[in-house]
Structures are given as structure tokens and as C-alpha cells.
Design a protein. Structure first.
Length: 324
């Protein structure tokens, strides 16, 4: 009888303390897995200078870096649980959320004009309408893909009017330079390299249709480790301030990581705004417009509640304390 009472008392105490409930505070992870990407210059600065390693050394938490070759890859890693923080375009993150990837967008690492529609130096293509019946290299599930779909819709074309050639960004640039495709939905710094090194033309630009660069984390990780998330963002914020104070530092790490000439990196950074980091209404508006346009174009399901998905995606709570 006494042992039974003791058992129930132990269970009651555990529930009272939250030890047997989902409200329990999760133990710190043994390592933080985070991506780096050439389209996210701040990630390169954080990695190069070992800022996360220094911040978490006293806690005994290791840092594991994983390269993302595009938003699609970062989102795959997040969905598979391979990384805890991933760099994507805001609209790409929304598509993932609508399709069941439970992520939160928690920080702005840049506001870039990182995508445009690109063609070769001697191409006769000069407008989006000229793409009808042509081949266009594009990376599915990324901001260039979204940008292309919206550009076609604005020009009165459908995706079926163009032959999409699905390639990763680097392969898309190579296909354009070889003449294997008529155009490419480009992404910096590869797009800047095509301009500087090959005379490629950005024949369609619309900066406002480039969605923000956002850092994402799985919803479960944000719930289980809120203080870890805040500390990671604080490190990112330190890197952003350094990049603004010393542009040469971020340029140097980008040149090294991308293995591209100074002139190319200058072109990329010249159209990359690092002045914002809090995520909130401005990002919500841009991402919502992109989502509604994609729904109208048939990329997102007609029955999807885009506004609700955007609200579920954007979590401003972790970046509110950051000083701009």
C-alpha cells in the first residue's frame, strides 16, 4: 500500500514540476546544426570567425556547419531534422510551410535583390513575353523559381508556356553559359558572376518581388530551446553589425567561400541590404503577396489558407529584443 502511494505521489510531483508533460524544459542539445550559404553572407562571417563556437563553448555545445546550395536544400534539411537553423528566401519558406514543413522564420539576414531573369550576352530575349516556348533553367522551390512564376503571370503567360529545366543554381548558370538553355532564373553570387565574367544580361528585374532572406528553425526546436534560439540570433546580430561597420570583412569571407573575384562579390553585395534583422510586418506583407500570387498561378493549392500559413510561419518573438 505504501509503495503504491509513493508511486502515485512521485507521478503527481513529476506532473506538478512539468517533468512528465510537454511543458517540460528540454535539455540543451549536444550540438547546434546550422547551415552556411553563399546567398547568406552573414552565415559566412559567423562561420569564419567561430562566433557560435565561442558563444557556446562554456556550455559544452558543439557547432556543426552544413552547406545549403539553395533554399530548397535548406528546407529539405530542416524537414528531415538534419539542421536546426536554415537560410532561405521568405517565399520559399512559406511554400514549405503550406506543404507541411513545420518551420518558423525567426530572423532577417538580408534584404537582397538576389534574383532576376538572365539571358546570354547575344540573346534576342528582352522581355518576359519572349520566353514563350523557350527553355529556362530554374531551381524548384527557391526564390528564383517563385520570381519566374510571378514574372510569367504578370506577362500573361503560364508555366506551361515555358519549358522549365530543373537544375541547381550552379548548374543553371553553367547551362546558360553553354547555350543549353535560353534563359536562367538566376541567383547571386552566381548571377553576378555571369554578368561580370560572361556579359550575361539581367533582362527582367523587379526588386520588390525578391522575398527577404530569412533564418528558419523547426517549430519543435523553437519550442524546446527558446533560449538557444535567442542566443544564436544574438550571435548573428553581432555579425550583422560587424558587416555594416566593416564591409570589407564580409566581402573577404564571401570571396573565399564562393571562390569568385572581387568584382563579382562587389556586384552581389551592392544589391544586398543588411540594415534589417527583426522579422515582422514588412516581411509578412512581402511573403503574403508572394504566396497569394503563387496560389493564383496554381503553384499553391487553391484551398490553402495563405494568410494563416504566413502567420504561422513568421515568429517575431525571438528577434524583438534585437537593436537595429
Amino acid at each position: 500500500m505504501k509503495s503504491t502511494f509513493t508511486k502515485f505521489a512521485t507521478i503527481a510531483l513529476a506532473l506538478t514540476l512539468g517533468l512528465g508533460s510537454s511543458a517540460a524544459v528540454a535539455a540543451d542539445p549536444a550540438e547546434i546544426r546550422i547551415d552556411w550559404a553563399t546567398y547568406n553572407p552573414l552565415s559566412l562571417l559567423v562561420k569564419k570567425e567561430g562566433l557560435l563556437e565561442k558563444a557556446f563553448e562554456k556550455d559544452g555545445i558543439a557547432i556543426r556547419w552544413v552547406q545549403s546550395a539553395g533554399s530548397n536544400k535548406a528546407l529539405e534539411y530542416l524537414n528531415a531534422g538534419s539542421i536546426d537553423f536554415g537560410s532561405t528566401a521568405g517565399a520559399a519558406a512559406l511554400i514549405a510551410r503550406v506543404n507541411g514543413n513545420p518551420i518558423k522564420s525567426i530572423y532577417v539576414y538580408s534584404r537582397p535583390e538576389w534574383t532576376a531573369l538572365v539571358t546570354g550576352k547575344v540573346s534576342a530575349i528582352s522581355t518576359v513575353a519572349d520566353l514563350k516556348g523557350k527553355t529556362v533553367a530554374v531551381t524548384r522551390g527557391t526564390d528564383p523559381h517563385i520570381f519566374l512564376v510571378r514574372a510569367l503571370a504578370d506577362a500573361g503567360l503560364k508555366a506551361d508556356d515555358v519549358n522549365f529545366v530543373l537544375l541547381q543554381h550552379a548548374d543553371g548558370r553553367l547551362a546558360l553559359s553553354r547555350g543549353d538553355v535560353d534563359a536562367w532564373a538566376g541567383l547571386d553570387p552566381l548571377m553576378a558572376a555571369a554578368e561580370v565574367e560572361e556579359g550575361a544580361k539581367l533582362f527582367y528585374r523587379k526588386p520588390e518581388n525578391n522575398s527577404w532572406g530569412v533564418l528558419n528553425t523547426p517549430e519543435r526546436f523553437a519550442t524546446d530551446h527558446p533560449e538557444i534560439v535567442k542566443r544564436v540570433l544574438a550571435v548573428y546580430e553581432d555579425a550583422r553589425k560587424k558587416a555594416l561597420a566593416d564591409p570589407s570583412a564580409v566581402k573577404a569571407v564571401l570571396v573565399e567561400a564562393a571562390k569568385l573575384p572581387d568584382a563579382v562579390i562587389e556586384r552581389q553585395l551592392g544589391r544586398t541590404d543588411l540594415s534589417s534583422s527583426r522579422i515582422g510586418d514588412a516581411q509578412r506583407e512581402t511573403i503574403l503577396k508572394a504566396g497569394l500570387a503563387l496560389q493564383q498561378a496554381g503553384v499553391l493549392p487553391a484551398e490553402a489558407d495563405i494568410e494563416k500559413s504566413v502567420d504561422e510561419l513568421i515568429d517575431p518573438s525571438f528577434s524583438q529584443a534585437l537593436i537595429q
